[in-house]
Ligand binder design. Sequence first.
Ligand SMILES: [Mg+2]
Length: 208
Amino acid sequence: MYSSTPLLPAQSPQNHGRPTLILDLDNTLMSVRKGYTSPPLQAPSEFSFLGTGDNWWTAIKRPGIDDFLHEMATLYEIVVFTSGAPRYATNAVSHLDKSGCIAHTLCNVDCDEYFDPKEGKYVRVKDLTRLRRDLSRVVAVDDDPLYYSTCPLNAIGISYFTGDSSDQELEKLTPLLRSLAQEEDIPLALLKRRKELKEAQGHEGIKL
Ligand SMILES: [Mg+2]
């Protein structure tokens, strides 16, 4: 099913003219443990939140996320785009982003689905063409870049975060995103740098 309704409003005055950084939620910014019927105990790097219904989840924040969001918010308009449900997404983001770095949150109802004859099933897509943004100034980071099959040149893959406290992928990704924020054509810049990035030490988690 395809809808042509734009997913985002016009950029706020604060973000006007900035490129847009799309961030996935689960296993990109945090890792969740299964739902509970009551709020579970949590460590300092964790938080608990209500998902759909009465299910509580415990999330582990990806190391470096606070510094990452603060710096990226000076360069980009930040949008979280998850295939999770609206309340799950909103509640998780409210814990991850205490400083208001994230401008918008998109969720499962904002995804599109199309029938993939190869897979023999419907596949969910995060269609960046529906953002109402100039795609030459959009970059998406996701542990599953296949969500961006309609705009593959805008997507950067990051390794799947499972809660490892020594994970450094957000820190490693920062120089690339810092550089891309200055580009007039982000997909073209990513295309040119693909080979270089694959070979560069310190970018093992980036799968372009
Ligand atoms: Mg994910």
